[in-house]
Design a binder for this molecule. Sequence first.
Ligand SMILES: [Zn+2]
Length: 269
Amino acid sequence: MVPIPRRYTTDAIVLSRFDFGEADRILTLITPGSGKLKAIAKGIRRPTSRIGGSLEPFAELNVALARGRTFEVVTQVSVGHAWLNLRDSLESAATAWYLAELADRSLEERAAAEPVYLLLRHAYGLLDAGMAPRRVARWYEMHLADELGVRPEVDRCAECDRMLEAEGRFRWVPQLGGVVCDRCPGPAHSLAGLSLEALKLLKAYQRLDIEAIAALRQAEVVEREVEAAMRDFIRYTLEREARSLGFLDEIRTQSVPRIPATPPAAPTG
Ligand SMILES: [Zn+2]
């Protein structure tokens, strides 16, 4: 890898953060050019900190960093663009944390991350513009899978490669990479059926542009089916459940009094 200069500036979005020591905070940032990295903001929790108010999630930041032994050190921050409307609804704020967590889990530190950076930035713009959070989340999951090289198979049987036919019956098998037809045995215990309507919606997330996806009318039961399918797929791909999902599900079923400053299940040090 090309050596990184001692001091540099970059665009960045905060993926996660936790308090450290008496007044510091450690952040995981995604940057277009330097990938995912960890940075420490020293003294940020003191009222006199110059960077305290700027180093926030849900914003595209311009950050000056100095290379440190363990972490980069944040020396300056300015806000390039803040997605302020995104915070107006708990569901969209919780979804934004979920999307950030998926980006975090998907990337190795310092690995190329520009496509994921652009995807996250686009998704935050959509949430900010008021698009239904779960539509944004499904669109993002589908395209993130694409970027990770595991595009879900929704046109052919993932086992026998036959084109799927509308009159067939389908199963959703993340271990095999997508849909399996009714002629194939599939792995043991793969009993999860997939309706034709859900298959069509999955295809729409792969193929349609975002305006068309936003305008789709779908029955609640189909939306739920696709949500479960994509969550299964992402869980299988990333080899674990996203921590922020529990909170996202909770706020859908009850009202929570305030917008989370951090994902509630994030590590605390
Ligand atoms: Zn088959």
